[in-house]
Design a protein around this ligand. Structure first.
Ligand SMILES: Nc1ncnc2c1ncn2[C@@H]1O[C@H](COP(=O)(O)OP(=O)(O)OP(=O)(O)O)[C@@H](O)[C@H]1O
Length: 284
């Protein structure tokens, strides 16, 4: 198990994360928060690129910093800006990354071929990456993070810049890779994780706000979410959430602290409602 115990991270006098305690056991953990909430800071600490100012991060009871290379051997990491060589083919790039990870050549070749299949790049394994789409590049990124068959796979905003079809493909890939390992991914896009996250981790005001299953997180707004096509009635204190077109009318989803069944239809909360509700005062 990977555990954060009272972790605080400061950059000079600025506190990016404060007193975060959190356990990761198995499955997909989605760090969901608006930009600037500290997701990358947490991810970089988990990847041992930066260190907590206070508190400790433990892998099965041992500090990850003290474990050093032993810990790095069990993690796979895809950073936000994943640097690759445009003139490399996926195969060349993965073999190069295997060499950096000191893998023996036979194992590296075997693993490279296997991962190229897994991420669906077999047809282009020997083509230069300069013409690859964002989704294809991210799939190469996942493959390099998986070379050492990591127990912990850490992905920082893996779906940023992908088109809807690529996002779905990527989501399915992450889900298939999450068996028998911890996957920790950061995102500010709710639809990326609604179906694949076993746990959603929310931060607010630099602190941990919630860490629970998507269903439990959604239940926190049970009885507070409504829909109506009388959108002119949705003014303060109601909180407008989303709008959609239905049967030629605009239907608005909104949150209310009080019963509104006299004027609107009560609906089941979804993760997007929760996100918009929790971060209503933040710039998202
Ligand atoms: N090296 C640094 N020095 C000073 N402040 C920093 C540094 N890195 C991050 N910050 C600040 O810490 C806060 C959290 O940043 P972080 O990158 O962790 O957020 P994030 O949730 O990952 O957002 P994004 O999705 O935009 O990367 C931000 O206010 C950011 O400006």
């Amino acid at each position: 198990m990977l555990s954060l115990n009272h972790v605080t991270k400061k950059y000079g006098s600025f506190t990016a994360l404060e007193d975060v305690s959190l356990d990761f056991s198995g499955g997909v953990y989605a760090l969901l928060a608006p930009n600037g909430a500290g997701k990358t800071t947490l991810i970089k600490m988990l990847a041992t690129l930066i260190f907590p100012t206070k508190g400790e991060i433990l892998w099965n009871g041992d500090e990850i910093v003290a474990l050093d290379a032993t810990y790095r051997d069990i993690i796979g990491y895809l950073p936000q800006d994943f640097g690759y060589y445009k003139n490399h083919t996926p195969r060349e790039f993965l073999l190069y990354m295997s060499a950096l990870k000191c893998m023996n050549r036979d194992k590296a070749k075997r693993k490279t071929d296997e991962l190229i299949e897994t991420v669906g790049l077999a047809d282009v394994r020997d083509q230069k990456m300069r013409k690859f789409s964002g989704g294809m590049i991210q799939r190469v990124g996942i493959a390099q993070a998986m070379l050492n068959d990591p127990k912990i796979l850490i992905l920082d905003e893996p779906t940023a810049g992908l088109d809807p079809k690529e996002r779905v493909r990527f989501r399915n890939l992450i889900s298939s890779l999450s068996k028998d390992r911890i996957v920790i991914l950061s995102t500010h896009i709710v639809s990326d994780i609604e179906t694949i996250a076993s746990r959603v981790v929310l931060f607010k005001n630099r602190r941990l706000f919630a860490s629970d299953s998507p269903a439990s997180i959604c239940r926190t707004l049970q009885g507070k979410i409504y829909e109506t096509d009388d959108i002119s009635s949705i003014t303060s204190p109601y909180l407008p959430l989303t709008e959609r077109q239905e049967g030629g009318k605009t239907v608005m989803r909104f949150a209310s602290e009080h019963d509104c069944t006299h004027m609107a239809r009560s609906v089941s909360p979804n993760l997007e409602d929760v996100f918009l509700y929790i971060y209503r005062d933040d710039a998202v």
